[in-house]
Design a protein around this ligand. Structure first.
Ligand code: PLP
Length: 286
């Protein structure tokens, strides 16, 4: 079955889907995006993702390409047309197509692309059974990583470095040696007393939707979350470490820069968060 993409008002064959060469996303990374998990036929935490999209657009003085309600319909339609019941739906909004000039173009409509794809339902589950390895890299990104922009080159380089080191994620570390977040995930540890620790999300990291929902999951499981800085050394010595994102949920980290975390096995608290996640997350029918 051919994949279908939504591009600026039309549903088109994925292989032919394209935007103009002067789209500002292409030329300036002048755009924002969201990725939602699709699980068991539901779009997970859709309202929270759209709230964050609204914030990203506002921070960049960009208009909605279509109304929020219409965007929800398009996302559902793309998921339906691609028959995705386990996978993800991706949306990208850019400032639109205009003759190349740094300042905002006038009277230009934002571009909207929505795609969806199937993911092997067992892939993340198998990964969670062994856990993942992480390398640390110095923070090289701009100051506004709280906005989910498509300007992801430092993330690309960091994740490539992780891959070359035989790892699955890279953690950005600030100048004080404190962990910020992953190339495409938030970073967490569990202390010896069973406290969940993750970096505050006011600025300097992306406020992950999965991170937010995991606060709710933790509450349901009677676990406490502390938002504070933690160092690479503290993470290596932690009882557990894990990452969170829409595609990975809570994913155990068993090695950091070649140092084994605890006994090198996925932590039980991480796995219990993972297990309870879907019951707590908001599920919008796709
Ligand atoms: N941090 C970064 C840099 C990301 O790119 C992502 C997701 O892509 C996250 C955190 C996790 O966010 P979410 O849980 O909304 O997927």
């Amino acid at each position: 079955m051919p994949r279908i993409a939504y591009v600026n008002g039309r549903y088109v064959a994925h292989r032919d889907a394209s935007v103009h060469i002067e789209d500002r996303g292409y030329q300036f990374a002048d755009g924002v995006y969201e990725v939602c998990e699709v699980a068991r036929g539901f779009i997970v935490d859709m309202p929270r993702h759209l709230d964050r999209l609204e914030r990203s657009l506002k921070e960049l003085s960009m208009a909605w390409p279509v109304s929020r309600r219409v965007l929800m319909l398009i996302m559902r339609e793309v998921v339906r047309r691609n028959r995705v019941s386990t996978g993800l739906v991706y949306l990208q909004v850019t400032r639109g197509v205009a003759s190349r000039d740094f300042v905002f173009p006038q009277g230009v409509h934002p571009s909207l692309v929505v795609t969806a794809r199937k993911v092997d339902p067992g892939f993340q589950a198998r990964r969670a059974e062994t856990g993942i390895k992480v390398v640390t890299v110095p923070e090289t990104r701009w100051d506004r990583v709280d906005i989910k922009t498509v300007g992801l080159l430092p993330n690309v380089l960091a994740k490539q470095k992780a891959k070359e080191a035989g790892c699955q994620e890279a953690w950005f570390v600030d100048i004080e040696g404190k962990v910020k977040e992953g190339g495409s995930s938030n970073a967490w540890i569990v202390t010896r007393d069973g406290l969940l620790v993750t970096r505050p999300a006011d600025r300097g990291i992306l406020r992950g939707i999965t991170r937010t929902t995991l606060f709710d999951v933790a509450g349901k499981l009677g676990l406490k979350v502390e938002e504070r800085y933690f160092s690479v050394e503290e993470a290596k010595a932690a009882r557990e470490a894990f990452i969170s994102s829409a595609t990975t949920i809570a994913m155990p980290v068993v090695e950091i820069d070649g140092t084994t975390v605890a006994n090198g096995q996925p932590g039980s608290i991480t796995l219990s968060l993972r297990e309870a996640f879907f019951d707590v997350a908001e599920k919008s029918p796709a």
